[in-house]
Design a protein around this ligand. Sequence first.
Ligand code: HXC
Length: 260
Amino acid sequence: MTYETILTEKRDQVTLITLNRPKSLNALNSQVLDELIDAFSAFQADETQNCAVITGSGDKAFAAGADIKEMYDKSAADFYLEDFFAKWTSHIVKATRKPWIAAVNGFALGGGCELAMMADIIIASDKAKFGQPEIKLGVAPGMGGSQRLTRAVGKAKSMDMCLTGRMMDAEEAERSGLVARVVPHDQLLDEGLKSAATIASMPPMAAQVNKEMVNAAFENNLEQGLVHERRLFQILTATEDKKEGMAAFIEKREGSWKGR
Ligand code: HXC
């Protein structure tokens, strides 16, 4: 597939995906979604790639939301039949079992904030701004914002954001637990790629299992989550990488991974 709205690049074991509609502040239209689904699916299928980073082109925005100009003429039936919003979760979040990082370089609003929250880790530039301003358009979050934001920052902040449509700056986002780290704007991509390279250097199956375990905390009660964790842990103890990882520790050398 030839991409027109995103750029992709492989840097060793890390895939960099850049939203590339800077004139529209990287607004997420259906073409962006189709191209992202293709890019994430290629990343997941490529055995040389262990971690991905998604960021926005231009200095201003990660993504300023779903494309308002595209949504303007759509009817409720169009939204229902197309099921645009469902595909973000089914075709990107659930289908991508490898870890990926959102490097948020500016506005992450509406669908842009929701896309960032789909990532496993958010690293924010000190210029990043997060918000769910859909209420001002007469609608509400449609790609997971009311659920993922509430889980990330709690009811008080989530209600405040969704009901007033106000933006949260990077410092508040870090304090509230929405982002893992804030870095100086000009170091964002380097820091995002560095973190991704660290994750990519880990035993790849263990990385996917760690991701699955943490995500299970949002799906299960504690008892189920602990059982799920133990079973996955037990499966990992049967891998060649477990033998290699422990041998490497004992022999004081770096491990070399088979991914199984
Ligand atoms: C389409 C967008 C856009 C968007 C910005 N643009 N956001 N186009 N969809 N979400 C376009 C503008 O129309 C403009 O194009 C260009 O990008 C630059 O934007 P400006 O507004 O001129 O820039 P600025 O004044 O700096 O303001 C930046 C901004 C503002 C604060 C981020 O653009 C903004 O408020 N954008 C909308 C944010 C939003 O409401 N997002 C949620 C969308 S709904 P032109 O051609 O005019 O120069 C959503 C989920 C919906 O995401 C789910 C339920 C249905």
